[in-house]
Write a protein of this length. Structure first.
Length: 372
């Protein structure tokens, strides 16, 4: 059953998220040829500058779909095999038996067993995502730190393994995608960022999507407010931040319109071929950074609703910013939402995030956007 877009409902749902405590958010929803864009709240809490739907935004791990697509393109060209061991390409980064056992596919779908480097790069986050003993100090310490991906990869590779190669459930880890970035560099002779820009971003004709070259977001954008589970009160602006801590895993800057265009083209077989797209949609259980078990493919994960079909896409967070993008399997209905506050849930005494009105309001927005 087709539910055409209802702009009044969408605007009201967006405003409700702002009223629930989100400083600002903006979104684009598409239904066939019909496109709605909306924004609510402020981009700067000190000046009252409003958010607008065309703002550029740090989209976090939505970047992973771009990186996965670039790797699959290289597989299509015969430059690598999805089931080839990563040690064949990067023996110094993943040496010995592990390099022989971990395949390219295991990196893309998070079943490598490699640990997350983040708590080692940001020591105050040491308990993340188990939050009983965590703190935000490292965010300020490393605001302008320039990391090299190989030092971050080493942290993840030398940390205790979180699983056996190929075992399920997998465990979501940015270490996997930094390795994929190094793999792209190895097989293309350029940087992962240049490879993804040329073969994915430019191929899709995305005019407002790019990897940052410094700590700033170029063009009109919102401030990004991090609450770190109520420990930063009032929330602090982290829109200026060196994103080398995630690189080709989560550093992309884009717009809600560009992200919808990208996923629409990807799921139509215009970025990778139909065989690669079938690989991307083959899922395994993976434990997310929030500790939930999700189905995860190759840089894509599905969201299902009875009677409404399957939506494919990805979410992403950075310090202060969040994005969620979902596209129905037939490509006809799409939603991308960007928010400028993160980790708004306070923790209880055992470190468990508590419900917040924003959660319910966002869920209602997603429902109206995707199902009408």
């Amino acid at each position: 059953m087709r539910n055409p877009l209802n702009p009044a409902q969408l605007n009201a749902a967006l405003e409700n998220v702002h009223r629930a405590g989100m400083p600002g958010l903006f979104a684009e929803v598409r239904d066939g040829e019909q496109i709605w864009r909306g924004a609510a709240g402020v981009a700067d809490v000190s000046t009252g500058r409003p958010v607008t739907a065309d703002m550029r935004h740090r989209v976090g791990s939505v970047t992973k779909t771009f990186t996965a697509a670039a790797v699959l393109q290289q597989a299509e060209r015969g430059e690598l095999g999805l089931d080839a061991p990563i040690g064949r390409f990067l023996p110094r980064l993943v040496p010995g038996a592990r390099g022989d056992a971990i395949t390219v596919r295991m990196l893309i779908n998070h079943t490598s067993g490699l640990a997350e480097y983040l708590p080692h790069a940001y020591p105050s986050l040491k308990a993340f995502p188990v939050l009983a003993d965590t703190g935000p100090q490292s965010l300020d310490d490393h605001r302008l730190t320039r990391f090299h991906s190989t030092e971050l990869i080493e942290m993840g590779v030398t940390a205790p393994a979180v699983g056996t190669p190929g075992g399920t459930p997998g465990v979501y880890s940015n270490t996997n995608y930094l390795l994929l970035g190094e793999l792209l560099g190895k097989v293309t002779g350029t940087t992962a960022e240049r490879c993804i820009t040329r073969n994915v971003i430019e191929r899709a004709g995305l005019q407002d999507t790019e990897f940052p070259t410094g700590p700033y977001v170029d063009g009109p954008h919102s401030q990004l407010y991090e609450a770190w589970f109520g420990m930063i009160d009032p929330p602090r602006d982290y829109s200026v931040f060196d994103m080398s801590w995630v690189g080709p895993s989560a550093s992309l800057i884009s717009t809600v319109a560009d992200i919808n265009s990208f996923y629409g083209m990807l799921l139509a077989g215009e970025i990778v071929n139909p065989s690669s797209l079938a690989h991307m949609r083959r899922t395994v259980p993976v434990i997310s950074q929030e500790g939930r078990t999700i189905d995860y493919g190759l840089g894509l994960h599905p969201m299902e609703s009875p009677g409404q079909g399957v939506f494919w896409g990805h979410g992403g967070t950075v310090w202060g910013g969040g994005t969620l993008s979902m596209t129905r399997a037939d490509g006809k209905r799409q939603m991308t939402v960007a928010v400028n506050l993160q980790r708004w849930n306070r923790l209880d005494s055992s470190g468990v995030p508590q419900p917040h009105p924003i959660d319910e309001a966002l869920a209602a927005l997603h429902h109206v956007a995707m199902y009408g």
